[in-house]
Design a protein around this ligand. Sequence first.
Ligand SMILES: Cc1cc2nc3c(=O)[nH]c(=O)nc-3n(C[C@H](O)[C@H](O)[C@H](O)COP(=O)(O)O)c2cc1C
Length: 213
Amino acid sequence: MQQQFTPDSKCAITLAITGASGAIYGLDLLKQFTDHYQQVYLMISDAGRIVMATEMSLKLPESPKKIQQILSEQLDIDADKLMVLAKENWFSKVASGSAAPMQMVICPASMGCISAIANGASNNLLERAADVVLKERGQLILLPREMPFSTIHLRNLLALSEAGACIMPTCPGFYHQPKNIDDLVSFVSARVLKHLGIEPKNFTPWGYANSTD
Ligand SMILES: Cc1cc2nc3c(=O)[nH]c(=O)nc-3n(C[C@H](O)[C@H](O)[C@H](O)COP(=O)(O)O)c2cc1C
């Protein structure tokens, strides 16, 4: 049973972007989170940076400070709200249940990171942060992307679901008649925001626009 989150617990959130396809989803969530939270702790895996360069033509350096500066400028977000963490920053808040935000989203989530988290590896800060949220019975939302899923992927996803994570694959619906990629991305982001207890803007829930009554 997941705990209920009070408005106070919504002041900070952890976002991780890993090396699965769909960097655009992660960037959209980052932008939205900085609108809704006081503090966004961001981790981007090395493979995540490679995918970001490949898919978005956005080349991010290794330095967290520089990533913070580039993303703030590119996405026009308040730099004070964003804290980019290095993968071995074990003294950051997200590394301990005594200080970590109790909401964390991994988007996109690679099968590699799904495997590591499902097995409690905690080999880097990203994996540790997810482990912390699970052990503290917080809200961990995973947006995996792979096609097809192997039996191993499915077993790992089931293990994470059983441990309390919410598995939300990057699978946009088409019943809202998307006109472009942004419409597809917004659909996925809106579903994530809803799960975090945030009312997404410009989102028509099922049954309103499509009603024939
Ligand atoms: C352009 C590109 C696209 C990729 N797409 C996926 C994908 O959709 N799903 C996936 O699980 N791995 C994908 N990979 C492979 C992962 O990046 C790789 O397994 C990596 O080790 C994941 O590491 P991370 O979990 O630390 O980010 C992709 C790699 C590249 C370079």
